[in-house]
Design a protein around this ligand. Sequence first.
Ligand SMILES: [Mg+2]
Length: 108
Amino acid sequence: MEFPGCETKNIALPRLNNLRPTLESTALKLMEEAGELGAAIGKLRGMNGEQVTAAGPAVYRAICRELLDVAQTAITMMYVLEEQHGVDIDQALAEHVEKLLAKGYLKL
Ligand SMILES: [Mg+2]
């Protein structure tokens, strides 16, 4: 999909071929990884009042690692939706972009 006039970030993530994911297992994993991302953002930066255990660039690298875990899990769930539940991800993506345009978050 092209987004004329918009910057894009394209990241290729692999289809994991040594797992047997389901909608439920990927949903749980997504919540787990989202929690780890929240912990990296808050806990590692001392926002919960605890002693900070990491500092500086290491914190942001940890945040990025957890963000990639979230993205990988989201990609895995997209494969599950396509292959096990017949969802057309390309059509869903087109509808997603329409939603962003309608909400005014994106202008093409
Ligand atoms: Mg993680």
